[in-house]
Design a protein around this ligand. Structure first.
Ligand SMILES: NC(=O)c1ccc[n+]([C@@H]2O[C@H](COP(=O)([O-])OP(=O)(O)OC[C@H]3O[C@@H](n4cnc5c(N)ncnc54)[C@H](O)[C@@H]3O)[C@@H](O)[C@H]2O)c1
Length: 318
């Protein structure tokens, strides 16, 4: 479909703000709803309309009723795995109940399509080298459960009310604007430590692998899901596992900065290998990842470097 108006929940956050960039480039009227619990006003691209609101609040209904969007791209979520284990009720409320509420509003106000940010966390410990969409869903945290249950509600709403949808299961996303304190934000953490000249800490022998995907590729996948005529449930990753050791050496090479690397014992419960098979996204969405790891790392590093220089300049003026 070709929408005129799109609401992006969590559009002040890392991934959401890049999706907003792409929607604006498409010429779509783009509206951000974010409670700024994690996101930053500075992340919101110029040209987007912003509502500082919680998606669970009554204001959300007023926003959807007033704006009448064609599409809702739902990125807002509680994303901390440890928090979901410590506070499962809060996590379920933030991720499951809030999504049901937005689905209700979507149906009530005639939204045509719902695009949802799911996660590789729904699969749990991989049983195959490459995880495809039919891999068993055995999440290992409240977060994995609370990202998966909304998928079931979304496809049920499609059956009950004809709501169209795109469900995108992201791998490990990295890129500019990612907070360095976040879960899964290993690239952001390493980039910050490199810039401060601090050692990089690796848990285990560094041969564990992850599927690192650049945030602009994720944003493109969301646009493809909006434009698609079909309902899709697809992995969005690279199909290319990268070890943490490779990540570190690529980062140090492409940024031409070296710091010491310290190896510490592996943490209990850490998954050894995780990589999403992206074949279905290629077939069903006509999407594929474009940004190579080295290029993405360089873009992430350069962005953070100029941000830090800017911060230092502002501090010097105050
Ligand atoms: N970053 C990753 O590697 C990754 C991987 C898989 C899935 N995801 C999913 O992608 C989505 C975006 O993640 P991100 O990494 O950009 O996280 P983020 O924390 O940067 O962005 C989430 C945004 O949602 C906002 N938000 C949270 N709760 C809200 C609420 N109740 N009301 C309004 N706004 C609220 C936050 O302020 C933040 O701006 C999430 O749904 C996450 O589960 C992320």
């Amino acid at each position: 479909m070709h929408p005129k108006k799109v609401i992006v929940t969590g559009g002040a956050g890392f991934i959401g703000s890049h999706i907003v960039d792409r929607c604006l480039l498409k010429g779509w009227e783009t509206i951000v709803v974010d409670n700024l619990s994690k996101g930053e006003v500075e992340n919101i691209p110029i040209g987007a309309k912003f509502y500082h609101a919680d998606i669970r609040s009554h204001e959300m209904e007023m926003i959807i009723a007033k704006e009448q969007p064609d599409v809702i791209v739902h990125q807002a979520a509680q994303t901390d795995v440890q928090y979901s284990i410590n506070e499962p009720l809060e996590d379920a409320s933030a991720n499951i109940l809030s999504t049901i509420r937005i689905l209700e509003l979507a149906v009530k106000y005639g939204v045509q399509k719902f695009v949802y940010a799911s996660s590789a966390a729904i699969y749990g410990t991989p049983e195959e080298v490459l995880i495809n969409e039919s891999h068993p869903k055995h999440p290992m945290s409240g977060y994995g459960v609370s990202k998966y249950v909304p998928e079931l509600y979304i496809s049920t709403y499609a059956k009950l009310y004809g709501l169209k949808y795109g469900i995108l299961r992201y791998a490990n996303v990295y890129g500019p604007r990612q907070a360095s304190d976040g879960e899964g934000g290993v690239v952001a953490v390493f980039v910050d430590r490199l810039l401060r000249g601090e050692k990089l800490i690796i848990f285990g022998d560094g041969e564990q692998t992850r599927d690192f995907i650049f945030v602009e590729d994720i944003a493109d996948a969301n646009i493809a899901a909006i434009l698609s005529e079909h309902n899709v449930i697809v992995n969005i990753g690279t199909s290319q596992p990268s070890s943490i050791n490779r990540l570190v050496s690529s980062l140090q090479d492409c940024c031409e900065v070296k710091t010491r690397v310290e190896y510490r014992p592996a943490r209990a419960g850490d998954i050894m290998h995780s990589c999403l098979d992206n074949q279905q996204a290629i077939i069903q969405l006509g999407w594929e990842p474009k940004v190579r790891l080295e290029e993405g790392l360089w873009k992430t590093y350069s962005h953070r470097l100029s941000q830090m220089k800017q911060m230092a300049k502002s501090a010097a003026h105050t």
